[in-house]
Design a protein around this ligand. Structure first.
Ligand SMILES: [Cu+2]
Length: 129
């Protein structure tokens, strides 16, 4: 049979476990499905998609697309504006790409296939601390 002291310490331990797990959940970033159910596609306005959303370091951007039709190229602001594909930071081609946001500031992504970027398949986000 448990005495008062033991019951009290079990409660403390339970409390510690719960607070730890909620802390762990909290530190896990938000997952942003780019374009929601449309995914990473042509004819989707990604500027609209970013409205009302907050992006923070540790969040994850998920790009869903058909890997034989699109890709995700992380570029600088100039390449974003000009749809330039010669210089890029990273290229993702899996079709289900999770990109962990690791820095504060603006980030730019385009699709480097054909004229997709010119047709609006581009995303720019502003990452808050
Ligand atoms: Cu594309």
């Amino acid at each position: 049979m448990l005495n008062q002291g033991n019951q009290f310490s079990s409660l403390i331990i339970l409390y510690a476990i719960f607070s730890l797990s909620s802390l762990m959940l909290k530190s896990e970033g938000t997952e942003h499905i780019v374009g929601d159910s449309s995914g990473w596609e042509l004819f989707t306005n990604y500027t609209n998609w970013t409205q009302g959303r907050e992006f923070h370091v540790g969040d994850v951007l998920v790009f869903n697309y058909k890997s034989d039709q699109h890709n995700v190229m992380q570029v600088n602001s100039t390449a974003y504006t000009d749809c330039g594909i010669d210089n890029y930071t990273s290229l993702f081609t899996k079709g289900n790409d999770s990109i962990i946001i690791s820095e504060v500031g603006e980030l730019w992504f385009i699709c480097a296939v054909g004229d997709h970027c010119e047709n609006g398949q581009k995303l720019s986000i502003n990452v808050a601390p």
